[in-house]
Ligand binder design. Structure first.
Ligand code: ADE
Ligand code: ZN
Length: 326
């Protein structure tokens, strides 16, 4: 197993049914399913929205700092066992604030886990605060202003949730402000939405990476721009198949991305819902697309190079990769 960075994982999407039930019991709240098995068997999706409905329902049981800490520590244990040496976690503060859970509770619980993961697993990590694109631009600005008191606890801002009908242009002002405050930016684009949304994420939101971006290949000029600007794509193969972006893994375009010279990486997105963590994604792609060892190493190298870490950390992880690749 090769060392790699994971750059596209929603912490709320790592919430395994067993932990949902355990935390629900601790907090004395009801899960609207009779058992772990019944909940897990509901994980059949027709598109992004059908998944998001269950994803937002699952996180309802999270109430305390301890809950967010436990959630992240459970993810770090799984990720570490799958060769992840560095991870950048998305979190969705608006989904928690709307339920009456204060921003501080969410970020403090996650921040403590980020610190602990280095000690427990030797795994470095950081947080990326996402705006929910199906809410208003005003709501995004409000949560961003609130987050500034905790600006030392996250490294970037991102954009997630229901893509179609919610273009990046809607969030230009808050992304301008985030960059002015010193944050780098990323955005989900070209998952279900058209190549135009990827253009907007690059040109208007000035993103450092595109999350998903698989529909970029429909636009050859966009492929050229992504190559020219060396913009990494955080691709999530199992997610794309589960949410019917591709009809099967054999249809997935990640190998094509490498052939085109794009800077693709492999990630798990919402591993508790999509059937696997990052190494499981590598295994699925390897089997369906006959990836060579050299291509797999390239995907891992891309992930380390695309991480928001300093040059000395990158050099250290890259040398770890080159050593284990022989
Ligand atoms: N939130 C959690 N997972 C997501 C995905 N794959 N796309 C958009 N928003 C998400
Ligand atoms: Zn995602």
């Amino acid at each position: 197993m090769l060392p790699k960075a994971e750059l596209h994982v929603h912490i709320e999407g790592t919430f395994e049914p067993e932990l949902i039930f355990a935390i629900a019991e601790r907090n004395r709240v009801e899960v609207p399913y009779p058992s772990v098995e019944a909940l897990r068997s509901a994980y059949q999706f027709s598109d992004l929205q059908s998944f998001l409905n269950l994803y937002y329902a699952g996180m309802n049981v999270l109430k305390t700092e301890q809950d967010f800490f436990d959630l992240a520590m459970a993810y770090f244990a799984k990720a570490s066992a799958q060769g992840v040496v560095h991870s950048e976690l998305f979190f969705d503060p608006q989904a928690h604030i709307a339920r009456g859970v204060p921003f501080e509770v969410v970020i403090n619980g996650l921040d403590q886990a980020v610190r602990q993961s280095k000690q427990t697993h030797g795994l470095s990590s950081s947080l990326i605060m996402c705006f929910l694109r199906d809410l208003t631009a005003e709501s995004a600005m409000e949560v961003f202003n609130q987050s500034l008191a905790h600006g030392d606890k996250f490294v970037a801002v991102g954009l997630d949730s229901a893509e179609v009908g919610n273009p990046p242009s809607k969030f230009k002002n808050v992304f301008d402000k985030a960059r002015a405050e010193g944050f780098v930016t990323v955005a989900h684009a070209g998952e279900e939405g058209p190549p135009e949304y990827v253009w907007q994420a690059i040109d208007l939101l000035k993103v450092s990476r595109i999350d998903h971006g698989v529909r970029s290949l429909e636009d050859s000029k966009l492929v050229e721009a992504l190559k020219e600007q060396a913009i990494p794509l955080t691709v999530c193969p199992l997610s794309n198949v589960k949410l019917k972006v591709f009809s099967s893994m054999a249809e997935h375009n990640i190998k094509k991305m490498l052939d085109l010279g794009l800077n693709a990486t492999v990630n798990s997105d919402d591993p508790a819902y999509f059937g696997g963590y990052v190494e499981d994604n590598f295994t699925a792609v390897r089997q369906a697309l006959n990836l060579s060892k050299a291509e797999e190493i390239q995907l891992c190298r891309n992930s380390i190079n695309a991480a928001f870490i300093d040059a000395s950390e990158k050099a250290q992880y890259l040398s770890q990769l080159e050593k284990s690749a022989v």
